[in-house]
Design a protein around this ligand. Structure first.
Ligand code: COA
Length: 385
């Protein structure tokens, strides 16, 4: 039997051609295209299709896909009613996991999964992916209104994915600059090799569970603070520090207590996460758009990054994607507890690309374990214990 490696560190769990990380050089590429190029030139719609199909689409293919996403934004009113009956105090990720799973009851269709052709029909896989990706943003934005006691805002088909999300979340005409910033954020969060939530999606997918169950499993896994939930913690942490001049004393104390600095460190990257500098530039861009003033939160973040470098760089611990996405989302006015849900909206593209890849060459995941319990022993009846 091979050695047991806690956290499966370094253990390949699948073969994939969707994305690749070079953790020493700080490179992330989707289907061979550097994340910097996609952030500069692509849109979330195009990147999603690239992830799903494996190639950059033509204008025509992209227009068809974009149209499919737009026309699948609405959800049945019984889902809204279900959401209305959930406690407004609940965490948006728990709502999202429940709502995504419920889509399977309202938009069924996993007959192909249990039929003899085992999903060789790519149309089926594509259409199910569209149904989910299109509705992820709808569910997250709807919840913001429902949990505050209002009716949700209806989706619009004349807007891009990012614009529509902003419109539904804020009930305002989307600001084009904010929409482009969000679009880039969605691109940057859309995929990241086989991380914990993608692995959860693969395991669920390998059982031929429905794609709604696959994405619900992934949403639940993403919610933890060691994974997607870290961006929320970053903002809480920066608020706790308060001002740049308080960083040093705060950091010394945390490191002395061997506590984690949220938004720093990554299993794969031993240099700065390549998504972090792109997001950092977006924070600057947003500040310029608003007259050049940076917030105390951002200034504290910059000071903390610099101070942490002296202590953590030798361990290969640098800011990750959650560090600057937390700050950016906060500056964009999104509620802190929605940050991870927005991450999930984007990551649904990657999860479903991996689902498709898993189905194309499926074998159920069934690892083994190292049993460290009692050897076989006689049962003792209750009177004699
Ligand atoms: N703050 C302080 N120290 C950190 C750290 C952080 N955020 N991340 C890692 N380290 C330290 C560890 O304490 C360990 O130090 P040691 O060798 O002295 O014991 C060393 O760096 C290696 O860390 P390790 O826990 O083995 O790394 P990992 O690959 O198991 O964990 C993470 C990776 C992401 C889980 C971890 O860095 C972390 O918890 N980060 C904060 C949460 C976060 O931002 N998650 C989002 C990831 S995108």
């Amino acid at each position: 039997m091979s050695d047991y490696l806690p956290g499966l560190e370094g253990v390949p769990a699948t073969k994939s051609n969707i994305s690749d990380i070079d953790g020493e050089k700080g490179i992330l590429a989707y289907r061979g295209y550097a994340i910097e190029d996609l952030a500069e030139h692509s849109s979330f719609e195009e990147t999603t299709l690239l992830l799903l199909d494996g190639r950059l689409p033509t204008s025509r293919t992209l227009a068809v896909f974009d149209d499919q996403l737009r026309t699948n934004r609405r959800i049945k009113f019984n889902i809204r009613e279900m959401m209305r009956n959930m406690p407004g105090s609940g965490h948006p990720m728990e709502m999202l996991q429940t709502a995504v799973a419920s889509l399977g009851m309202f938009y069924p269709g996993n007959e192909c999964l249990t039929g003899s052709d085992l999903c060789e029909d790519l149309n089926y896989v594509h259409n199910m992916s569209v149904k989910i990706i299109a509705r992820m943003a709808t569910l997250v934005a709807m919840w913001e209104h429902i949990r505050n006691g209002y009716d949700p805002v209806e989706p619009r088909i004349d807007l891009t994915y990012a614009e529509n999300f902003l419109h539904m979340l804020t009930n305002k005409e989307p600001d084009p600059m904010l929409a482009r910033i969000l679009d880039v954020c969605l691109i940057l969060h859309a995929e990241h090799t086989i991380n914990a939530s993608t692995f959860a999606a693969l395991v669920a997918g390998s059982t031929l569970a429905s794609p709604y169950g696959v994405v619900a499993a992934a949403v639940g896994t993403l919610s933890g603070p060691l994974h997607g939930g870290a961006n929320e913690r970053v903002v809480d942490m920066l608020k706790e520090i308060g001002r740049p001049e308080k960083v040093k004393a705060w950091l010394d104390q945390k490191l002395k207590n061997k506590e984690l600095i949220w938004g720093m460190g990554h299993r794969e990257y031993k240099v700065k996460d390549p998504r972090a500098p792109i997001l950092e530039k977006l924070v600057h861009k947003l500040a310029e758009h608003r007259g050049g003033k940076t917030s105390p939160l951002f200034e504290t973040a910059l000071a903390l990054e610099e101070a942490a470098r002296d202590h953590l760089a030798e361990k290969g611990v640098y800011p990750n994607v959650d560090y600057y996405s937390g700050i950016l989302y906060s500056e964009m006015g999104f509620p802190t507890d929605q940050f991870t849900s927005i991450f999930a909206v984007a990551r649904s593209a990657g999860w479903l690309a991996h689902w498709r890849e898993q189905l194309a060459d499926n074998r159920i995941f069934r690892p083994t374990q190292v049993y460290v319990g009692e050897p076989l022993r006689p049962y003792v009846v209750i009177e004699e214990r």
